[in-house]
Design a protein around this ligand. Structure first.
Ligand SMILES: O=P(O)(O)O[C@@H]1C[C@H](O)[C@@H](CO)O1
Ligand code: URA
Length: 313
């Protein structure tokens, strides 16, 4: 079955794709009410422009605790009034995602894997649309497995690629495969690299990020409950990935890049590497070291936000 190319290589099939607004769905305008079910928010029950209209930066990451920590960190970094312990989870009545708003910054968890982040992104992008937000930049701040990098290195994604090293995301819609491009905003990536040079606290590189649909077999690990390949086959695959410019592996970047791109949202993926996959599969680094590693993408993004808000030169 031939795939449909949507917003890939300049191919546009629908006029609405070309509109500048964030949502790309002609059906939304005729709905009386839009319930963002997994956020427990809605257009009739909440005044979304009043609650979220000033959002300029959205940071997303897998874990609810990480995103609460980030909200508290950015509150301190922006020197906002009030107590960090009072920052509350806007989605506390659902247990799907956590969401924190700190001044112009929204911090949201997305769980693990493409389906989980994809549902979150549909509702987030509609939220930004209903709230009439403008000029929003999205960041995924995550963890990953590195390829040929020292653990703790931060990778700013150039292109998000699939398991065949292709810069694309495939979505099955009505039984047909739709392919979307996964290119990210080059300027934001360059600015983030510059932020890293200014902070000079940890190694940072720009490289391709491979997004898989599994942590174990899908990432060529030998330590899952199932494994059908040899150590040599694993290493050959990782070597091929490295040759294709892949520097880290995680599980959300392709759909994140694709949805942001179609919806005219500037976006970046910044993931710290927890291990060098040429050297092993198990994550045996002590907890306190992992916590410090996870803070690195947060520091980079906080620096970027402070520069954009004019708080630092
Ligand atoms: O944002 P996180 O750190 O959750 O991203 C990676 C990819 C998977 O979701 C998860 C696997 O451990 O970590
Ligand atoms: O190896 C790793 C580490 C974190 N997240 C992943 O998806 N893979």
């Amino acid at each position: 079955m031939a795939p449909i190319l949507l917003n890939c290589l300049g191919t546009e099939h629908s006029e609405y794709i070309e509109q500048e607004q964030y949502v790309k769905n002609p059906h939304l305008d005729s709905m009386e009410e839009d319930i963002l079910y997994h956020f427990n928010l809605g257009t009739k029950t909440h005044n979304l422009p009043a609650m979220f209209g000033d959002i300029k930066f959205v940071c997303v990451g897998g874990s609810a605790n990480r995103m609460r920590t980030f909200a508290q960190f950015i509150h301190q970094e922006l020197e906002l009034p009030g107590n960090v312990d009072d920052i509350r989870d806007i989605c506390e009545e659902t247990d799907r995602y956590s969401m924190y708003k700190v001044g112009p910054v929204l911090s949201i968890s997305h769980g693990m894997g493409v389906p989980s982040i994809s549902i979150m992104l549909h509702e987030l992008i509609k939220l930004l649309y209903h709230a009439r937000c403008r000029d929003v930049v999205l960041f995924r701040i995550g963890t990953s497995g590195g390829i040929g990098l020292a653990p703790g290195t931060v990778v700013i994604t150039d292109k998000a690629v699939d398991s065949f090293f292709r810069p694309q995301f495939e979505q099955v819609v009505l039984g047909k495969v739709i392919i979307r491009s996964t290119e990210l905003d080059e300027e934001v990536a360059r600015e983030l690299l510059q932020c890293s040079a200014e902070l000079s606290g940890f190694p940072t590189v720009i490289g391709n990020t491979m997004c898989t649909h599994d942590f174990y077999e899908g990432q060529g690990r030998l330590d899952g409950a199932l494994c059908s390949f040899s150590t040599e086959e694993k290493l050959e695959y990782l070597r091929k990935a490295h040759e294709a410019g892949v520097r880290n592996i995680e599980m959300e970047s392709t759909v994140f890049a694709a949805m942001c791109r179609v919806c005219n949202l500037k976006a970046a993926v910044i993931c710290v590497t927890l291990l060098n996959r040429f050297e092993g599969d198990q994550i045996s680094t002590p907890h306190d070291v992992l916590v410090e590693y996870q803070s690195r993408p947060q520091c980079l993004v906080a620096h970027f936000i402070k520069k954009h808000l004019g708080l630092i030169a």
